[in-house]
Design a binder for this molecule. Structure first.
Ligand SMILES: *Cc1c(COP(=O)(O)O)cnc(C)c1O
Length: 392
């Protein structure tokens, strides 16, 4: 389903802003829910992808759990109605107050990334006379074909417990009085579109389970994290990621006992395609070599191109039927050379005041916006609220 922009409504709104297609979000959630049920997968939505309360509440209403990486995210999830017994908490640097908050709420599971962290959780749980449910986040040392800044599952990354420490940390955890060791956890990176990468992870997990079995430990659950990518080049044709293929791959490759549950933590794949950043052209600057389209949105609203050289499809949405095209470097107003959304982007001729949509910005967009240059936070508008304005 293609996102239809309510252009008449947009004319009255101050740019830049985020626009969320809630019909698409609901459809994606429906597909995810059905496929998860079919393949018996427990879904914890990665809150860090988009914590806009309205988006969160749609995810919550679909019945999913939450994957949090900070105390603030745990609060946001609880406030939004997520049930604490479906909240998982990951992150290499959990502060004491964050651990305490999670303990107070009796969350489903801490995804623990090191021995020192495990010791502190044990101590803090003891102070509350509680047992913390823990999964060990293991760094599987597998390849993920994605940008190196969003690759997390090879041994040079800071994330997870090194495979060579596996047996010793399992033993340590089992010996701790206030730790209830319930699972193993993995997350190899983000924006992964090669199913082979997930198949490789599953194969590695099978080896790890063999090692654990030799220690006579069968984890209650196996959590394979997030990472399923979206098609940034085809936001309309590939609006809903292939959750069926993803789950089928995991189920086919992973050797689980009937009593073991399978968990995942998708973020980007759930919300990525439903959001667009809408901006206006402030100026078109022509030189002999280049044409710059200077927008009123920049890396402060959407940092992914500057941070990870990420591609986002850019569309000229206020044009009716302009047949003349031009190649533009589409840039923002921020005082950084990396503040560029795309180079040599072919678009129907632009002029001051035209609207541009930067697509597939629902994940790691609004949530990563900053106030650099003392810029205000971008507003967010939702298709449900602008429906009366839809163009014929
Ligand atoms: C970021 C993250 C996710 C979500 O990743 P996506 O690529 O958005 O699906 C899941 N789990 C953990 C531990 C993460 O850090």
């Amino acid at each position: 389903m293609a996102t239809q922009f309510p252009l008449k409504a947009f004319e009255h709104l101050r740019t830049p802003f985020y626009y969320y297609d809630l019909d698409l979000l609901r459809q994606s959630l429906d597909v995810l829910k059905n496929e998860a049920r079919k393949h018996r997968v427990h879904v914890h939505y990665a809150v860090k992808a988009n914590a806009n309360p309205r988006i969160l509440s749609h995810v919550q209403m679909a019945g999913f759990g939450a994957d949090c990486v900070s105390g603030g995210e745990i609060r946001a999830a609880i406030q939004c109605g997520f049930s604490a017994d479906k909240i998982v908490f990951a992150g290499v640097g959990k502060a004491d107050w964050e651990i305490n908050l999670a303990l107070e709420h009796d969350i489903f599971c801490f995804n623990v990334e090191s021995l020192p962290e495990l010791e502190i959780i044990n101590e803090l749980a003891a102070q509350k006379s509680k047992k913390a449910r823990v999964a060990l986040r293991i760094n599987p040392d597998v390849q993920a074909d994605t940008h190196h800044y969003i690759r997390t599952g090879s041994k040079e990354n800071k994330f997870g417990i090194n495979l060579s420490d596996l047996e010793s940390i399992v033993e340590a955890a089992q010996a701790m009085a206030h730790i209830d060791l319930v699972g193993i956890h993995f997350h190899i990176g983000s924006q992964i579109t090669e199913m082979n990468n997930f198949a490789g992870l599953a194969a590695r997990v099978n080896d790890i389970q063999e090692r654990l079995l030799r220690m006579h430990w069968i984890p209650e659950h196996v959590n394979l994290g997030g990472g399923l990518g979206i098609d940034y080049h085809h936001p309309d044709e590939a609006a809903i990621p292939d959750f069926a293929d993803y789950f089928a791959t995991l189920r086919r490759m992973l050797k689980l006992r009937p009593e073991q549950t399978l968990h995942v933590e998708p973020g980007r794949s759930v919300v990525g395609q439903c959001g667009s950043l809408i901006a206006r052209v402030l100026y078109v600057k022509d030189s002999s070599e280049k044409h710059f389209a200077i927008l009123d949105a920049g890396m402060t609203e959407l940092i992914r191109p500057a941070l990870y050289q990420a591609y986002h499809k850019i569309e000229h949405i206020s044009t009716a039927n302009n047949a003349d095209f031009q190649k533009y470097d589409v840039v923002g107003p921020i005082c950084e050379s990396s503040d560029c959304f795309g180079k040599e982007v072919e678009l129907p001729l632009l002029k001051r005041g035209d609207l541009v949509a930067i697509r597939s910005a629902g994940a790691y967009g609004e949530i990563m916006s900053s106030n650099y240059n003392c810029r205000p936070n971008p507003a967010a508008y939702f298709s449900d609220d602008l429906q009366g304005y839809n163009q014929a």
